[in-house]
Design a protein around this ligand. Structure first.
Ligand SMILES: Cc1ncc(COP(=O)(O)O)c(C=O)c1O
Length: 353
């Protein structure tokens, strides 16, 4: 008999295999590949990759650029294979036997899995019926449970709503433990709390190239924190964990990030436009969003998801066991044409079914 590590057995799997739908709005990705000018620069750079060398210079070049942009020291930045790796390592650093992690529910479903993977105790904090966080109650939960790590996703996935930077500061100032702020969608919101890292040594901000910068396939993310924290979290990575191909691509994308501003603005405008259209469908609940996706609720959500899939449109449906997300679907923003089609299929089906 194989003796698996305790907790691995009890750990839910992340169902990552997805169909390549004609219209794929199920994973909060960017529907567009890199802007042509950026892609050309990336491809040219790939001609000069030193495949024979471990990625040293390439890692520090990106760290240096990010540090300069945020006016922090290079020691305050760590890179990861997507922000997923950053989050997993933060859980690993502050979790462990007897350690507790507080995170809101519903939020990014991986927090529960990382808590288990780190052999720590998850302390779920329920959002209210509008998916808002009662900040005072959250602080009290962190304090009363004597948590070692508190996590907030801002703006929140999959609900789309956001805390103000003032509320984030209130939490950072009031809790004694590590505080991970997952800002995977912050470019669509426009209000990052990264500046608070200078004031609150417990704050760790995680960011990603996967969403606004259309690089989900390259797997690059980073964290900004106090240098003592990055030194400790840094110990948990394997040597040379990032690959040179992704690092040089991200380096160029970051240099050229202004090229992404128009498409971020278009995504935000599309989210507002489609939210307004969806709100006109009777009995469809549309939740406010500050991200590149919209959460909707309808009593026929599961059948609607099946119908959308039958016409080759992939959306995210949440199983009835996903707390607080009964009858919910999440739609990421596609191109204007894709969004129009998704909207038309939804409204026609709901109006005729
Ligand atoms: C809230 C949140 N955090 C982190 C991630 C991980 O993204 P990545 O590992 O691609 O940076 C995701 C991905 O969907 C997410 O929604």
């Amino acid at each position: 008999m194989l003796n698996y590590r305790k907790n691995i057995n009890a750990m839910p799997s992340y169902d990552g295999i997805e169909k390549n739908y004609r219209i794929k709005v199920n994973a909060n990705e960017s529907t567009l590949n890199l802007p042509p000018l950026v892609e050309e620069r990336v491809l040219n750079r790939l001609y000069h990759v030193a495949f024979n060398r471990y990625p040293n210079e390439e890692y520090y070049s990106l760290v240096e650029q990010i540090a300069r942009n945020f006016s922090v020291k290079e020691e305050q930045i760590l890179l990861g294979n997507g922000s997923s790796e950053i989050i997993e390592k933060v859980f690993h650093t502050f979790g462990g036997d007897g350690h507790k992690v507080v995170f809101p529910v519903p939020s990014f479903s991986m927090y529960k899995i990382y808590a288990k993977a780190a052999d720590s105790q998850a302390v779920p904090f329920d959002l209210d019926k509008n998916f808002d966080i009662d900040v005072d109650k959250f602080i009290k939960t962190v304090q009363d449970s004597r948590a070692d790590l508190a996590v907030i996703c801002n703006p929140n996935n999959p609900t789309g709503n956001a805390l103000t930077v003032d509320d984030v500061e209130k939490i950072a100032a009031s809790i004694n433990c590590a505080f991970l702020l997952d800002e995977a969608y912050v470019e669509f919101y426009g209000h990052s709390a990264f500046k608070l890292v200078a004031k609150y040594p417990n704050l760790i901000v995680a960011r990603t190239f996967s969403k606004a910068y259309g690089m989900a396939g390259a797997r690059v993310g980073y964290m900004i924190a106090n240098a003592d924290v990055t030194r400790m979290v840094g110990k948990t990575f394997m040597p040379y964990h990032m690959n040179t191909l992704s690092l040089v691509a991200a380096d160029i994308v970051y240099q050229m990030r202004d090229e992404f501003t128009p498409r971020i603005q278009i995504t935000v405008a599309e989210r507002k436009r489609i939210s307004q259209l969806l709100k006109m469908i009777p009995a469809l609940e549309v939740f406010p969003s500050h991200t590149n996706f919209i959460l909707i609720r309808h009593e026929k959500a599961e059948r609607l998801k099946n119908y959308l899939e039958s016409v080759d449109i992939g959306v995210r449906y949440f199983s009835p066991s996903a707390q607080g997300l009964k009858n919910c679907l999440r739609l990421s923003m596609g191109t204007r044409e894709e969004n129009d089609e998704v909207f038309k299929v939804i409204s026609d089906w709901l109006n005729t079914d």
